[in-house]
Design a protein around this ligand. Structure first.
Ligand SMILES: C[S@@+](CC[C@H](N)C(=O)[O-])C[C@H]1O[C@@H](n2cnc3c(N)ncnc32)[C@H](O)[C@@H]1O
Length: 231
């Protein structure tokens, strides 16, 4: 891997990643899924596909139980040439507020069930693999506030932000070294506390609602072009 001169940081914000919350552990739907996968509820990732009925009473349920969004986005980011050449750092901000750092050499399991297992382990032990001094994914900050203190305020991709071109947003990230933030939820908006942590908020394509992984593709390809890494 080439030593990067310039690194683009991307933080996956407000991800729907969490262990099944305690109040759902005895719900029949959760118990059935736990039996099917032979995993205890307190070691299982909340997943709307499996736990939809049990999630009916959860606050903010539209933002929760969506590991698939992080999975697809991470596959794109980690496999990108930008990352392979050492120009990318990816961080994951999860439901309880912690932020994890993904080492560039981390290969994300393509199989969704293996990914779910890996994320459940990460949330439980704070790193993966749990028994190593040099984890592939590890805790970077206990909260988004701490993350911003370390890395600077966010350049937020936000449908209601100031209209901008993707190339200029990436150039801003390169010029300032500030992390780019993409929302990892299927609908709805960022929390006010997240919006307040942004130094810049930009919307692309006239605010047309895009999928998180589409945003990831756009940002990566603009960065690869600007840094001329596709040779
Ligand atoms: C699927 S969207 C979030 C849900 C969306 N607000 C909705 O209600 O359909 C995922 C993320 O992609 C980014 N995003 C989507 N469209 C965008 C756009 N046109 N400009 C900038 N960012 C965008 C934002 O970071 C957003 O949080």
């Amino acid at each position: 891997m080439v030593i990067a001169r310039t690194v683009i940081k991307i933080v996956l914000l407000e991800s729907g990643l969490e262990i099944v919350p305690k109040e759902l552990h005895t719900h029949p739907v959760v118990l059935r899924a736990a039996k099917r996968y032979n995993i205890a509820p307190d070691e299982m990732l909340l997943d709307k596909t499996l736990h939809y009925k049990a999630m009916e009473t959860l606050p903010q349920k539209w933002k929760r139980g969506r590991p698939d969004i992080v999975h697809t986005t991470l596959l794109i980011l980690q496999d990108s040439i930008l990352n392979q050449k050492g120009f990318l750092r990816v961080y994951i901000h999860v439901y309880d507020g912690r932020v994890f750092m993904v080492r560039p050499e981390t290969r994300i399991p393509k199989h969704y069930e293996r990914f779910r297992g890996l994320m459940a382990q990460l949330l439980k032990y704070g790193k993966v693999p749990p028994d190593t001094e040099t984890p592939l994914i590890k805790l970077e900050a206990k909260s988004l506030r701490e993350f911003v203190r370390k890395h600077g305020k966010l350049i937020l991709l936000w449908e209601r932000g100031e209209p901008a071109r993707a190339v200029d947003v990436v150039r801003k990230a390169l010029d300032t070294g500030l992390p780019l933030g993409i929302g990892m939820f299927p609908r709805g908006d960022f929390k006010k506390s997240t919006l307040r942590k942004a130094a810049y908020r930009y919307s692309l394509l006239g605010g047309k609602p895009l999928k998180a992984w589409t945003l990831a593709c756009i940002l990566v390809s603009e960065a690869e072009r600007l840094l001329d890494v596709n040779y």
